[in-house]
Design a binder for this molecule. Structure first.
Ligand SMILES: *Cc1c(COP(=O)(O)O)cnc(C)c1O
Length: 379
């Protein structure tokens, strides 16, 4: 690192700030669990599940170990695995694709709409109509509501329905986003949320939650997350261990009532960044009409990303890239994961140009202004 660079005074993310903002109630919740003597799947997990289901407007919520397991458990719960294909995107956290392979299914990767960075429904339709030769039947579609913005979910659900595929929403980045006055995550058969520390709703460790209105599916998933048990020590189904622990559940119950306000703060910061970009050559993130964007990330595109990162870093501002390498181009997947006819060209362009600015609700106004000043000086 260049010794002449100033210290980073505006980090891109700061999960520690989220803890410090709620230190007293979180410490009290953790102490309560530690003293209770019950650490796995107890009343804290049940209370969080009930509160999350109510907040989400879902019939059931099931706490699980992380967002990757949430996706995999939904697939297992729907009976999707070896001999099936699942359509998703390559411009996502690798977890989305990893979950599909965890259950033995074959991913097929659809390109993105470059304005919203979410699944292109036209290419999805083409793939559902005429799947690539040799692909197993497509049994599910996993749209990712990336960066906090819903994908074209109504169109995707209509297409999937027509072709007999289940829609599983990857809601790891969109807690609280809406499309047409409904929460993202209420359109498909089930939704998978990550509760990783930097997500809009974050634990202080790993966590995840599944939301669904399908009671039978919820029952299967609740069993699958714990060895397939319906009753203790008797497995009805071949399950896994993907439980949410009591300490994380108690922390999440403290944080959930603050989530809407935290999202509003993210939107306020985004509006200030938008205003600062006016008059520069840089375009604020597009908002899909009829949806609310909850700004898990605030992402701009830069033809010369290295120069832009250096510009911010020289002003004490951290940035990050979500994601620099499309899943299909990563060493573990390269050359063996089927792609749709668009060959993920927009995905590859985006991966080379996207840049995530500092975005978390605890950013102070002075820090936001520091970023805005740097944005105004971009050229
Ligand atoms: C974070 C994330 C996941 C995975 O969640 P984990 O809790 O890290 O397993 C899946 N999909 C997307 C889009 C994510 O951002």
């Amino acid at each position: 690192m260049n010794a002449e660079l100033p210290p980073v005074t505006v980090p891109q993310a700061d999960p520690g700030a989220a803890y410090r903002a709620l230190k007293e109630p979180i410490d009290a919740a953790v102490a309560r669990v530690l003293e209770s003597g019950w650490y796995i799947l107890g009343r804290e997990c049940a209370a969080f599940e009930e509160a999350f289901a109510r907040w989400q407007g879902a019939g059931r919520a099931i706490g699980v170990a992380n967002g990757t397991d949430a996706l995999a458990l939904i697939l297992r719960g729907l009976g999707i695995g070896a001999g099936h294909a699942v359509a998703t995107v390559s411009h996502t956290a690798v977890a989305t694709v990893a979950a599909i392979e965890m259950v033995g299914a074959t991913p097929i990767l659809i390109d993105i709409d470059p304005a919203t960075y979410t699944m292109d429904p036209d290419e999805l339709e083409a793939v559902l109509r005429a799947p690539p030769a040799g692909l197993p039947p497509i049994r599910a579609v996993i749209p990712v509501h990336l960066y906090g913005q819903p994908a074209a979910i109504e169109a995707i659900v209509a297409l999937a329905d027509r072709h007999g595929a289940a829609v599983i929403e990857d809601c790891a980045q969109c807690h609280g986003a809406t499309a047409g006055n409904r929460k993202a995550g209420t359109f498909g058969r089930a939704a998978a949320f990550s509760l990783y520390p930097t997500k809009n709703l974050g634990a202080l460790g790993d966590g995840g939650v599944i939301a669904t209105d399908d009671t039978a599916l919820a029952e299967r998933i609740a069993a699958l997350r714990q060895y397939g048990w319906k009753e203790r020590y008797v497995s009805d189904l071949p399950g896994v261990n993907a439980r949410l622990d009591e300490i994380q559940a108690a922390i999440l119950t403290v944080k959930l009532p603050r989530l809407d306000a935290a999202n509003a703060r993210r939107q306020q910061i985004a509006a200030r960044y938008d205003a600062a970009l006016a008059g520069t050559g840089f375009v604020p993130p597009a908002r899909r009409p009829g949806t609310t964007h909850v700004f898990h990330q605030y992402v701009i595109r830069c033809a010369d990303r290295a120069a832009a990162q250096a510009h911010f870093r020289a002003r004490g501002i951290g940035t990050n890239v979500h994601y620099p390498v499309p899943v299909h181009a990563q060493p573990a997947y390269r050359g063996r994961v089927p792609l749709g006819p668009a060959r993920c060209r927009e995905t590859e362009r985006a991966a080379a140009e996207v840049l995530s600015l500092p975005m978390f609700p605890e950013l102070a106004d002075a820090q936001v202004e520091q970023v805005c000043a740097a944005l105004r000086a971009l050229n």
